[in-house]
Ligand binder design. Structure first.
Ligand code: NAP
Length: 521
């Protein structure tokens, strides 16, 4: 298809400095793609058009041309990656080069050509593309992160303006390799580097400070063009990628799985609110060895530790606080200046702070349901404050041993009505995930305060029954916020903005519930 405008369009030049985030735009049709571009251009003045996602890439060019004419501030990359090379374009090499040349005529300033096509094409054809626009030669490894320097060496044989090296992180440490590569090579060449996959988030957020000219952001969580891509909005608003610099301290939550963790929302809210130059990332650690390697290499300044590593992390720590030693579990790690790792347990603060805001704990009669890690934090914390504590656990042997350690008592379910409890704490997962399950029968729920550690849903059945009886309730989100607030204080030495953190997590939980409802309907 001949483009009538190709000869009359004035070339659009590349700006001297590119924005840090390029919006990776795909769509089922040119209309869809341009509609998204229209709606997002104001916040995303740097856009990659993935023409290989379209059945007829050339047919989209007049629309792209009109869009760029009316959005002069937009810098556009065009990509039409061939299916053989990990893209979706099924046409020949010649037609791929034709699409790129015509996309430049339509106003796109940067053309992305994958290394396989660049090597197959005649050097004059590649040079012709480059004479018209900025040329990215790109490399993708969809399986691993390996041989980065060798790969770049091969790529450098093709003269280009940018070299894009995209690999797949199968460990957290792969990010460290990518960042080291960027740090050593980016002063010699204009590089774009990142790791794909859920474990690649470190490189997606921190690659720009290691030397990547920019990185890619998705339109939304549902509209990604690569595995592990973070939305452009989250890169800016949650991870504050525009502000990340050499002094930015890196924190994270490490666990397996980690995808649904709300900790990044809450902690990044706190860091932003308190003007701390820090960023907090979700770290999917498949092994602790990998995590610890990353802590040292990136380096990471602080970690929240979650399932299944709260006990397993202990041998890796140089020292711990008294709470960690007592409970036998650590949920917070600080990396000291000399590289030593110190462990803390902030679940105790998570239990005590919400209770102390409501009543005096000294001499209070407390029933704790459960004998796992969370129950241990509750019981030891409550005992420290002078409460009388009874433990009720599904497996009786466990609660007896635990009660002896904590100088608490056990109680049989049949005896619950014999004691007038001030506080009931649910430290079991019963009620999690929008069920109607409840750890106690309605008539067993008698106290001044009922505290449910379960935080999703925010209002569990246990809390609904308690509230209906006029009992004060504490939802698990308050514990979640307060244990995080204490972590924030340990890491930064500043008081945590607990109110803002609570608001952020409540909104995130509401959004999640709404999305789940929509999925079901
Ligand atoms: P854990 O170490 O696995 O312990 C779970 C405890 O719950 C055990 O005592 C277990 O009894 C009991 N339990 C499990 N399923 C049960 C059932 N169907 N009926 C009765 N008892 C049952 O877990 P954890 O780390 O202590 O966490 C417990 C809960 O607290 C989880 O829901 C977790 O999400 C929540 N939590 C919340 C926060 C927060 O910030 N809000 C923080 C930490 C934990 P057995 O000994 O008989 O197996």
């Amino acid at each position: 298809m001949a483009l009538a405008f190709s000869s009359i369009v004035a070339p659009r030049f590349l700006p001297m400095r590119l924005p840090r985030v390029c919006l990776a735009l795909s769509g089922d049709s040119a209309e869809d793609m341009l509609a998204i571009a229209e709606s997002m251009a104001r916040d995303n003045p740097f856009i990659e058009f993935r023409l290989d996602y379209l059945k007829q890439p050339l047919a989209a060019l007049p629309n792209i041309h009109r869009f760029l004419e009316t959005h002069q501030y937009v810098t556009a990359i065009v990509t039409c990656r061939r299916a053989d090379n990990g893209g979706k374009f099924k046409g020949s090499l010649a037609s791929q080069l034709d699409v790129l040349a015509k996309a430049h005529a339509a106003g796109c300033q940067i053309l992305d050509l994958e290394i396989q096509s660049a090597l197959k094409a005649k050097p004059e054809a590649v040079a012709r593309l480059r004479s018209r626009a900025g040329l990215i030669v790109s490399f993708h490894d969809f399986h691993a992160t390996r041989k980065l320097d060798e790969t770049l060496e091969k790529m450098l044989k093709i003269p280009a303006d940018f070299y894009k090296v995209v690999t797949t992180a199968t460990t957290l440490s792969d990010n460290a390799s990518m960042m080291k590569f960027l740090q050593t090579q980016s002063d010699k060449h204009a590089l774009i580097g990142l790791c794909m996959g859920e474990q690649g988030i470190i490189s997606r957020v921190l690659g720009v400070r290691a030397g990547s000219v920019f990185t890619f952001g998705a339109v939304s969580a549902d509209l990604k063009t690569a595995a592990g891509q973070v939305s452009a909005r989250d890169l800016r608003s949650i991870y504050r990628i525009e502000q990340v610099d050499a002094a930015t301290r890196i924190y994270g939550v490490a666990g397996d799985p980690i995808e649904h963790s709300l900790s990044p929302v809450i902690m990044n809210t706190a860091l932003r609110r308190e003007n701390v130059n820090g960023v907090y990332l979700p770290l999917h650690a498949k092994t602790l060895k990998d995590l610890i390697h990353c802590v040292r290499e990136i380096p990471l300044h602080g970690l929240s530790i979650t399932m299944p590593y709260k006990q397993a992390i202990l041998p890796y720590l140089d020292n711990t606080d008294a709470h960690t030693a007592k409970i036998g579990a650590c949920n917070t790690v600080v990396r000291g200046q000399e590289g030593k790792l110190y462990g803390f347990n902030t679940d105790i603060a998570g239990v005590l702070r919400p209770l102390e805001q409501r009543l005096s704990i000294e001499n209070a009669k407390v029933l704790v349901l459960g004998a796992g890690g969370a129950a241990r934090a509750a019981v030891f914390g409550l005992k420290e404050r002078g409460a009388e504590v009874w433990i009720l656990n599904r497996t009786a042997v466990k609660d007896q041993k635990f009660a002896r350690q904590a100088k608490a008592r056990t109680i049989k379910r049949a005896d619950l009505r014999k004691i007038a409890f001030d506080i009931i704490v649910n430290a079991t997962p019963v009620g999690m995930g929008n069920t109607r399950d409840c750890p106690l029968k309605d008539q067993e729920i008698q106290a001044r305060v009922v505290f449910d550690m379960v935080y999703d849903p925010v209002e569990t059945h246990l809390l609904q029954v308690a509230r209906a009886k006029g009992i004060a309730v504490i939802p698990g989100v308050e514990m979640f916020v307060q244990q995080a607030a204490r972590q924030f204080e340990i890491w930064t030495g500043k008081p945590a903005p607990a109110g803002d953190m609570l608001r952020a997590v409540t909104i995130a939980l509401q959004d999640r519930a709404a999305a789940q409802k929509q999925q079901k309907s």
